[in-house]
Structures are given as structure tokens and as C-alpha cells.
Write a protein that binds this ligand. Sequence first.
Ligand code: TUI
Length: 314
Amino acid sequence: MIQSPLCALLGIEYPIFQGGMAWISDGKLAGAVSEAGGLGIISAMNADAEYLRGQIRIAREITEKPFGVNVMLMSPFADEVAKVVAEEKVPVVTTGAGNPSKYMKDWLAAGIRVIPVVASVSMARLVERVGASAVIAEGGESGGHIGELNTMALVPQVVSAVKIPVLAAGGIGDGRGVAASFMLGAVGVQLGTRFLVAKECGVHPNYKNKVLKANDIATVTTGKRLGHPVRSLRTPYSREYARLEYTDISDEELEKYGGGALYRAAVLGDEKTGCFLAGEIAGMVNKEQSAKEIIEEVFGEAESLLSGAAKWVK
Ligand code: TUI
């Protein structure tokens, strides 16, 4: 059995978070992951307060165990979503794509454990100073919006820079990634892409099939020109976006081209115009399993690897 200080901190059985994926991580998936002993996370994405309240209710119908909400700080609804998580006394809030400082006072007053996703040492130090309980150091192997560093270099540098616990994210798809994360000094992991194909995940079947079929070089990054690189599966959409980035199209038009693409992928399953965010480990994901099976398989693998690690020491 693998237990880390993160389990005691949050009252969970396995030190694993299911990442908050826009249009994918809803109350049903988060409830299933939490019920299986990890921390399920509802993505508040670009949705309003009413949507989030509904998803929190669904998660609470599935489980009495702790769960989380991911607040996407670039969302136009971030202020109202920040109020809802405090009113609902959500046990854990993770944040992404920005600096969560302005919400920290209210969240801490509501007894919430705030665990921001960071892509640099400086952001990790900043969120520690304003009261974060832990940080998720997310490397560029992740799907979606990514920073400059990759997991292997980012995690140990964040671990050395802060006193709060660190979770590793980005490029983790099985027990090998979990074991490696512990060796880098992390006390837990966050996985997104692997949970995308969970049986309880309601994403469009075309999306699941694309991830199941993906190989090691199936993902690409686009969006650098607008200052927010994004990793997604190679599709007609990503190819056209990549082409447009190198034309003299205006930033506004490029932004408009990106609008609604996550919805078209996750909800409509539109293989031509959708943007299918996925991490580099998509090539390792080849079967649909329940959230419980995923967690138990991953930690079974990690346990045997970590208990055999002494063979390297002579
Ligand atoms: O946020 C994510 N992943 C995401 S958000 C998203 S929605 C979106 N769609 C299109 C463009 C942009 C966003 C899809 N996937 N992961 C967590 C994450 N946070 N990755 C990187 C960061 C991050 C970046 C900058 C965290 C803090 C930060 O600070 C910047 C600053 O100084 O304010």
C-alpha cells in the first residue's frame, strides 16, 4: 500500500488527483474518482456559477468522500465560481492558468485547502506565501495549457524551493510515472489523460477513441503566438491552427478560430473542427476502465516498482 502525507492532509486513500479537464471533468467523473479513493476534481472551466453548483450536487450524490473543483483563472466567470466554491465549502480547490492570490483570503476563511497548479518555481513560491496547502507542478507533457518546463526538470526544482507538499503532473500515465514522481520528491500525482477514458467519463466516444488510438507522437503544441501554448492531438484543426499561426492573420482572428473548439471536441465529438486536448502519455492509454480499476492498477504497479527499487543499490 502506498500512503503519503497527502493522504492524511486531505483524507484520501490514494495520493492521486484526477485533473480538471474542461468539458470533460464533471460531477459524475469526479464523484467516481473520489469514491474510488483518489481526489476527483470538477472542472469549472468557462462555465457559470449555476453549472458548477449542479455538478457539485452530482458529485455529492455519488460520494461522501472529499472532492475538488478546478478554477480556470482565465475564465470570464472566475469571480462568481470563486464565490460558489466558498459557499459550498468544497474541500479542495485547484487553480490553473494564472495567479490565484486574489481569491485566497475568502477560500482560506471558508476552510478550503487550496492547491494551485504551477508551471514555475516562482509561482510555487508565491502561492506558498499566500497560503496554499500544496502545489501541483505540471510539466509540458500535459494536455491543455502548458508552461515552458517539463515534469522531470520542474518537479525537483519546485520540491527544493517550497516547504509545502508537491504533486507531479504531466507525462504520468501508469505506475512507472507515479514511482518516478515519488523519486523526484513529489508526494502525489495528478493524471488527466488516463482518466479521460474512464468508464464514468462522459466525454464524446470519438474523443475516447482518438486517445485510445493515439501513439507516442500523436500530440502537438499550438498557441505560442498568443502566449498560451496548448497541447492537443494532431487533427485537421490543429494542423490548420498551426498553419494560421505563421500567416499574417490578426491575433483577434486567430483567437476567434480557437473559440468553441474544446466544446466541439468533448461534447460534439467533431473530428474536423474540434480541439482534442491530450497529454503525451496518450500513446500509453489503450483500454477503457472504471476509475477504481485505473487507480488500483496504477498504484499496484507503483508499489511493486518502489518495493523493488533497492535492487539498484549495491
Ligand atoms: O490550466 C491548465 N490547463 C488548461 S486550461 C485550459 S482552457 C484554455 N484554453 C485555451 C487557452 C488557454 C486555456 C486548457 N488546459 N493547466 C494548469 C496550468 N497552469 N498550466 C500552466 C499553468 C500556469 C500558467 C501560468 C499557472 C500559473 C501561471 O502563472 C502566470 C502568471 O504569472 O500569472
